[in-house]
Design a protein around this ligand. Sequence first.
Ligand code: RB5
Length: 145
Amino acid sequence: MKIFLGADHGGYELKTKIIEYLSQIGEYEIIDMGCKSEESCDYPEFGSGVAREVVAHEGSFGIICCGSGIGISMAANKIKGARAALCNSLELAILGRQHNDANILALGGRTNFIDDPLEIVHIFLHTQPDMSDRHVRRRMQLNKL
Ligand code: RB5
């Protein structure tokens, strides 16, 4: 499974930890799309860049981080077909996958988490979408917007 990762300077440290974590598991093809340091940079480039790759590679996931997680998720969700979910808990990660079939996980590197962000990554990657009619219908409506 391909996983595209992106961050601005506010999410750089968390992105680095996630890459280390996923590399240790060894099951994923990890594509780090930057940024490459904590030097100030702009989140729209990285959120949209990851989203374009995720949409282009069916079955892949994106993980994006900025300071709050808000700006980079907004940038990702500008790309048609991207469904980025900003999650600070296991509950939101599970719901984002089950109800929304989120294909991108957004995290705020400078925010307080309810649960460990690495556990959030794990549960996000291991939760399947709920295929009940109502959820499928709503996701189809989302895709048409
Ligand atoms: C960068 O200072 C910060 O504004 C950015 O990481 C993010 O929080 C924006 O939504």
